[in-house]
Design a protein. Structure first.
Length: 198
């Protein structure tokens, strides 16, 4: 799906300065785009606008011909997966395995397929040995791996990775980049949000 921002503006409060000032950009299907900037520069705001958590002050956002607005959010969110900077914001279950399965249950994946996808996702992020653990008991890096696994299992068209490597050690970052390269080979659209120029 093509993503298009058309002269998008946003400010959080009437009297505050605009966070986004007339952003226009197009991300074609299968592109890998990194949005880089310091903390507070509007990177996460851009993502929140794309997934409809907030609405632009002005301008429009589209996925193909579907405008990002409240009446279209259910359809739009079927195509987007996001890994937030703080993985604790994503956990909803009492075990790693159940948490990864949660997204699959929401899209009515058959049980046998769900089990396969959960297993594949856990293996991809090297967390298979932690499937029965409570997410809250994991280290920061392990939590981030589980959040990534949850999105891998759902396998959306668009992956948004908001500072998704911030809690990973160097090996974890290398593994993560390997996973993203594999997604790119599958013609998935990747949007990486980072303050890290490397």
């Amino acid at each position: 799906m093509k993503i298009k921002f058309d002269n998008v503006k946003f400010q959080y409060e009437e009297n505050k300065r605009e966070v986004l000032k007339g952003i226009s950009l197009t991300i074609d299907k299968g592109e890998w785009v990194s949005i880089i900037g310091h903390n507070g520069s509007g990177k996460s705001t851009l993502v929140k606008l794309l997934i409809g958590l907030i609405e632009p002050t002005a301008g429009s956002i589209y996925l193909d011909d579907l405008e990002v607005m409240e009446k279209n959010l259910y359809e739009i969110r079927k195509h987007i997966g996001i890994v937030f900077q703080n993985p604790d914001n994503q956990f909803v279950s009492t075990s790693v395995e159940d948490d990864i399965a949660f997204g699959l249950e929401n899209i009515s994946i058959p049980r046998d397929e769900m089990i396969r996808r959960v297993n594949d996702a856990l293996e991809a992020v090297d967390m298979d040995d932690f499937r029965s653990e409570m997410p809250s008991n994991l280290s920061g890096g392990q939590k981030q791996r589980v959040a990534i696994a949850g999105i891998l299992a759902v396998d959306p068209d668009i992956y948004i990775l908001d500072e998704a490597t911030s809690m990973l050690d160097p090996k974890g970052r290398d593994d993560f980049i390997r996973i993203v390269k594999t997604l790119k080979e599958k013609n998935k659209t990747i949007i990486m949000i980072t303050h890290d120029m490397n």
